[in-house]
Design a protein around this ligand. Structure first.
Ligand code: S3P
Length: 423
């Protein structure tokens, strides 16, 4: 297993440009492939997850060309078609769940496979609505873990569906399938998750009605085809979260993060950190500046950071805070690239914090200062965000050894270079 050793940094200064938003990157390629004609994408994430999506759209009949900093996607005039070969999503849950929705509406048999981590993740959450729409979906065991076999149907039946989990991927799978349905499809979520799919479908000219209902959202989509267009993918806020936490918990830091996506469901981590006392400021251009700050413990609800991608980073903030931080309703962490519920607790413990859990809640007693962090030794299995959280803690504290660090390439291949550039 790959091993990286990091020493604690004396001083951190500088500016980082995080990769293009992973969510936006997947969808730009997918919408480009579903459209007829040529779409251009700038700012695409260079991570392996998005590369898997690019390979899959090619297998389904789109053309993907790399031109300097731009990617051109040409969707076939007659629409996408089934591939004879398995569609390999690698480590990427977003690829598997969103493609499940797309291929459900393409006649023929499709097989979606993934790496060891993805092969443990539940796909029943997308299979259920897609079966209601008329696709056949098979996987392994009750949770329908991959490989996923899907027989697509065109058209699919339009449905009206309440998503029982908090998941942007499930919502998006249904919306993509809705493009190939025989009437308007409605999907409802009780907690608003990232709006990337809705926003981009609207920009691509698809007929969509979006209504906020209490803390949730209702989206109705008309069948149709997205238009080819130019996509400019903004910086990824979930990657910015690592640098924000690093800047705040390190004893001598000033870090500027080049502009990122600021849609409300993506930047909850900024509010959480500010509530803890973090000196974090937005620039007019959407950049974020993080400076050394003493932190106080807080109570963090999953709904504040839907999809809970920022919890590994916030665990490091909790470890550097004064008092006990409560992480509430965090059950979804268990079915991410790794069990991040256990992984976040293990990371805080490895730093020297007392931790405990009760049901879907967990608690971290902070050490008041990252100078009190222990030299870390962690092993991460196929989970980019756990690697980045551990690296931030190591740099802010007394160094650390991370086994399995190459997993960072799923979303951020240049992460360690960017960390080094701040020293
Ligand atoms: C994503 C949704 C989230 C998130 C993932 C990306 C997306 O998962 O964890 O990194 O692009 O739709 P959920 O489906 O659990 O919200």
């Amino acid at each position: 297993m790959s091993e990286v050793r990091l020493e604690g940094a004396q001083r951190l200064r500088g500016r980082v440009r995080v990769p293009g938003d992973k969510s936006g990157s997947h969808r730009a390629l997918m919408l480009g492939a579903l459209a007829s004609g040529s779409s251009t994408v700038t700012g695409l994430s260079g991570g392996e997850d998005v590369a898997a999506t690019a390979r899959i759209v090619s297998q389904l009949g789109a053309e993907v060309l790399l031109e300097n900093e731009r990617v051109i996607v040409r969707g076939p005039l007659k629409g996408l078609r089934a591939s004879d070969d398995a569609l390999d999503c690698g480590n990427s849950g977003t690829s598997m769940r969103l493609f499940a929705g797309i291929v459900a509406g393409i006649e023929g048999r499709h097989q979606l496979v993934g790496d060891a981590s993805l092969s443990r993740r539940p796909m029943d959450r997308v299979a259920r609505p897609l079966r209601l729409m008329g696709a056949e979906v098979e996987g392994h065991g009750d949770a329908l873990t991959p490989p996923l076999r899907i027989s697509g149907a065109a058209p699919l039946h339009a449905i009206d569906y309440d998503v029982p989990v908090v998941s942007a991927q499930v919502k998006s799978a249904i919306l993509f399938a809705g493009l190939a349905a025989d009437g308007p499809t409605t999907v409802r979520e009780a907690t608003r998750t990232r709006s990337t799919t809705e926003d981009m479908l609207l920009e691509a000219g698809v007929l969509l009605r979006v209504t906020n209902v209490r803390e949730g959202r209702e989206v109705t989509i008309e069948p149709g085809r997205p238009e080819a267009r130019t996509w400019r993918v903004p910086g990824d806020p979930s990657q910015a979260a690592f640098f924000a936490v690093l800047g705040v918990v390190h004893r001598d830091a000033q870090i500027n993060i080049a502009p990122i996506d600021r849609t409300p469901e993506r930047v909850g981590f900024v509010d959480v950190l500010r509530r803890m006392g973090a000196n974090l400021a937005w620039g007019d251009d959407g950049s974020l500046r993080a400076e050394t700050s003493p932190l106080l413990a807080t109570e963090i609800w999953a709904a504040e950071i839907p999809s809970v991608d920022e919890v590994p980073a916030l665990t490091v903030a909790a470890a550097a805070a004064h008092g006990v931080t409560a992480f509430r309703n965090m059950g979804e962490l268990r079915v991410k690239e790794s069990d991040r519920f256990a992984g976040s607790l293990a990371l805080a413990r490895a730093l020297g914090c007392a931790t405990w859990s009760e049901g879907d809640d967990f608690y971290v007693r902070g050490l008041e200062d990252s100078a009190a962090f222990a030299d870390l030794h962690v092993e991460v299995e196929l989970d980019h965000r756990m690697v980045m959280a551990a690296a931030v803690a190591a740099l802010a504290g007394h160094g650390g050894t991370i086994l399995g660090a190459t997993s960072v390439s799923s979303s951020y291949p240049t992460f360690f270079e960017h960390l080094a550039s701040l020293q």
